[in-house]
Design a protein around this ligand. Structure first.
Ligand code: CO
Length: 203
């Protein structure tokens, strides 16, 4: 119970502090949300999007899973994506991977961990597709970091190929897709310099 008690206490202090700073904040938030960004990230406890971008409540709509997988058969992800694009009309979607990602490490090391092996199937196939580039990288850490980047870029492309995004572009909705990687050791986000803004950006 002590972990729960701590969380409840922390929450009470946090709400009190924010309310004092900005008395209308919570009542305004209760009226609705209008986030500018959909964030697709990893469930890892070290990568909370609002905190690492110092963002306000209500500004980032979020979907997180192990290894920030963008799966075109994942009904949970697709529901979030559709709601964010069609109803909330977010202006950008960020796929954010992170260095030291346990999911990527498991796929890279070909570990067998049970159910998660199925979840990481798509990660393994991306790594296999890029095995030529990865195999010539000397240094385990460098190879691991590059695997995270390549996986994140592959998820960005998966995202651009979803019917939800493609349909939004057909109706000329403003929607940019970007890929970043969070470097836990420095606290910095690295932009992967790849974006999609229309169907023309796809081969
Ligand atoms: Co991760």
């Amino acid at each position: 119970m002590s972990n729960l008690k701590n969380l409840l206490n922390q929450n009470a202090k946090w709400a009190y502090k924010l309310n004092r700073q900005s008395p209308k904040l919570f009542t305004d938030l209760a009226k609705g949300q209008s986030p500018h960004t959909l964030w697709l990230g990893c469930s890892d406890s070290r990568v909370p999007p609002e905190q690492l971008t110092d963002s306000n409540l209500g500004s980032i709509f979020t979907h997180r899973n192990i290894a920030n997988v963008v799966g075109n058969q994942d009904i949970s992800f697709l529901s979030v994506l559709e709601y964010a694009v069609v109803h909330l009309k977010v202006k950008q979607i960020i796929v954010c991977g992170h260095y030291q990602c346990g999911g990527i490490k498991a796929a890279l090391d070909k570990q067998h961990s049970g159910l998660i092996d199925n979840w990481l199937f798509t990660v393994k196939s991306t790594l296999k597709n890029h095995s030529k580039e990865l195999n010539v990288i000397s240094g385990q850490n460098k190879r691991f970091n590059r695997a995270v980047e390549l996986h994140t870029l592959a998820q960005l492309e998966n995202l651009a190929r979803t019917t939800i995004v493609q349909t939004a572009w057909v109706r000329k909705q403003e929607l940019e897709l970007h890929a970043c990687v969070f470097d836990i050791a420095s606290g910095r986000l690295k932009y992967l310099d790849k974006s999609y803004q229309s169907n023309e950006d796809l081969d």
